[in-house]
Design a protein around this ligand. Structure first.
Ligand SMILES: Nc1nc2c(ncn2[C@@H]2O[C@H](COP(=O)(O)OP(=O)(O)O)[C@@H](O)[C@H]2O)c(=O)[nH]1
Ligand SMILES: [Mg+2]
Length: 261
């Protein structure tokens, strides 16, 4: 039998972001605790237990409020990063704090055990569609591991899963006029970075979240690296190099006829 958490104390409520921290159609923020108090603090009209209602969310957005149980509700605003951030700031200003560490059994009462609760939390956060089947297989792996039947997940597999959950950062670097922005536009399937015959056209880095056949990556296109850059371009190049230092993958793009760097 799953153990039931103690009832929340009056006036205490925690939040947890249940959707990936990348743009999406909607975001889900779960509130856990004294829901009536939290909604009142946020100026959201009461929502009866067992119902879903359309509400103004702290005057930031209009979205849905789902009241699953007396102590669990979900706010569902549009999933833009700015909307989500503003709403989370409003929760903090209203005195709610992030659940720390999040009680996954409380967040996922339908889970049979801790392994399944962790898996559901990871699926909820995962940015890449490719993560879903792999994560669904994880509770069985961990149960077998707990019974001594299987070694722990190898580090390479864990790294892969982490990249499917938190999108890796890919940064394209190289000289100007070699097709870096064309490559980004081709991968994105739309015109997001200026392409021109003139070197120095990409004046600042351009970042975008890309779904590459099920693998979601954060991709950054950068201004070309060239010695005779003007001061503004030079500044943009230094910033691009700093971002490249944090990258999981740096793509060096160059003219096919030129020697590699
Ligand atoms: N021949 C050829 N030209 C390309 C290729 N990719 C891009 N270009 C052209 O090269 C020029 C510079 O491209 P751009 O993407 O702006 O390069 P960037 O400065 O590295 O971002 C443009 O005129 C593109 O149309 C390619 O694979 N082959
Ligand atoms: Mg460019």
């Amino acid at each position: 039998m799953p153990s039931h958490p103690p009832p929340p104390r009056a006036g205490e409520c925690a939040w947890e972001l249940c959707t990936p921290a990348v743009p999406g159609a909607l975001a889900i923020i779960q509130l856990m605790g004294d829901i009536d108090y939290a909604l009142a603090r946020l100026g959201i009209a009461p929502v009866p237990v067992g119902s879903v209602a359309r509400r103004s969310l702290a005057q930031i957005d209009t979205g849905l409020v789902a009241r699953w149980t007396p102590t669990i509700a979900q706010l569902m605003p549009h999933g833009g990063i700015a909307v989500t951030r503003s709403l989370l700031n409003a929760l903090e200003s209203a005195g709610l704090s992030r659940a720390s560490p999040p009680d996954l059994r409380l967040m996922f009462p339908e889970a049979d055990d801790d392994f399944e609760a962790h898996m559901l939390a990871a699926i909820a956060r995962a940015a890449s569609p490719l993560a879903i089947d792999r994560l669904l297989a994880e509770p069985a792996r961990w149960r077998e591991h707990a019974r001594g039947l299987r070694p722990i997940c190898p580090p390479a597999v864990a790294r892969l899963l982490n990249h499917l959950i938190d999108p890796p950062l890919v940064v394209a670097l190289g000289p100007p006029n070699v097709g870096k922005s064309t490559l980004l536009n081709t991968l994105a399937g739309r015109y997001v970075s200026i392409v021109a015959d003139e070197p120095g056209t990409t004046r600042d880095h351009v970042g975008i979240t890309l779904d590459l056949a099920g693998l979601v990556v954060r991709y950054v296109d950068t201004p070309g690296l060239r010695p005779d850059a003007d001061p503004l371009e030079h500044e943009a190049q230094s910033l691009a190099l700093q971002i490249a230092h944090q990258a999981d993958l740096v793509l060096f793009v160059g003219d096919a006829d030129a020697p590699p760097p």
